[in-house]
Ligand binder design. Sequence first.
Ligand code: FAD
Length: 496
Amino acid sequence: MDTVPHTFVIAGGGTAGWMAAAALSRFTPPGTRIVLVESDAIGTVGVGEATIPQIHNFNRALGFDEREFLRATRGTFKLGIEFDGWLRAGERYMHAFGPIGRAHGLLPFQHYWIRARQLGFAKPLSAYSLNETAARQMRMQKGRTSVGIELPYAYHFDAGLYAAFLRDFAEARGVRRVEGVIASVERDGESGDITALALNDGERIEGTFFIDCTGFRALLIGEAMEARFDDWSAYLPCNRAITVPCEGVAEITPYTRATARKAGWQWRIPLQHRIGNGLVYCADFMSDDEAAETLLANLDGEVQADPRPIRFTTGARRQHWVGNCLAVGLSAGFMEPMESTSIHLIQSAISRFLSVVPGGRADPATIDWFNAQSRFEWERIRDFLVLHYTANQREGEPFWDHVRTMDLPDTLSAKIAQWKATGFIHREHEELFTEVGWFQVLAGQGVKAQSYNPLADALPESDLRAMLEGVEGALDAAVQPMTNHTEFLQSYTGGM
Ligand code: FAD
């Protein structure tokens, strides 16, 4: 295999394009040329404002200063996601970042919690989560807490400002931005590789490796390279969204809220200067007018822009990398943002790619490996998202009845069955979501484990009770000295 390609061409300048440009500009050897083509006339999807803690790996690798980043993107801290009404109207739970309870001996906490629940004295998981305890009390702290761990957190940020922040970084490191509309993609007759992007003003952008960040259009990976799109609507049937920003409120919640609605769900993402809102819904069960009415009737404050409709099909490309073309972002596929996974999938694709940066044309084994890893990652995330829908008890509501009774991927059925029978959660090595994440959603969605690991019986009942009370008390005490989230943001960023 020869060395690093001479010229990377990135098609598209949304979050995916500028994340790719920033990372390549930081990690490819001097002399590598990086060109990004985008069109202001076409614009970006403009959403994608909630993240998961893995974003730190990306920001740290690029050397971003956190305060500067939060100021530039009007970002806030995020300790988890509240799911409101997903089990039944009026019920809520949180998928909070970080551990739940405390492991004891060989066993993770869930087995003790199941036993205590069967004995009748377990509290909801919120009582045993540092992040949820802090989030509910609107607190934030950086650095070690009195229970010996830090609060794991992610961010909410303004997607447009994040792209601008990345653009400044990338351009300062020599990335050339070309404004223009890609009219066609030129390919080599023999190898099938892409050779150039032809713009509608006649300019040709030649390169040796092409990264498709053209969003849902998927101009390179889909139209030119014809990578097949696997439609996952049978599992994730929502196919539309309507979004609108509204004015913020004085108290900035340190968590995302996802509220179940008649035929989908609504997100609420608090930023420093506004709140991002959107309703994801299934057009078979809700009209566009009703979706707009539902969204507008459930906002915290005055709307700040016209509602924006978005259409999509959930699913993923069977191959994310074909020849000398890699799909990153929405061109690779889309799953609903209820667990804020899309930006993570962008960074994960970029870092996987950088771990094998190919020269010119990569060897087929590397491409096969990349595609298999991507597929595994996407399918396991899909399973986790489907769990939120399938395990609902909103009986008599047509959309929710539909998603409760739909066929499930075998991998998800197996996971649920094992949990119900044994209280054990099987997580394969590179799955994104941890056992603790699955535990919270399984418990929150009312999926009951009938049994637990009998090793948990070794702990006398009185000790089990003391253990749970001890955890709850320690977490509560750890949260008391923390600062109010809004005040913390103000002092940390130097004013908002
Ligand atoms: P886009 O933003 O669509 O960018 C495409 C780029 O390609 C643009 O620059 C455009 O100008 C350019 N382009 C297209 N065609 C041409 C052409 N012919 N010529 C030149 N340029 C062209 N992710 C999260 O992580 N968290 C969330 O909370 C979240 N919420 C979401 C909510 C919704 C409803 C949707 C739809 C997505 C959400 N996402 C979320 C996903 C997130 O928005 C995307 O992953 C992210 O914005 C990346 O998009 P992108 O860069 O791939 O595409």
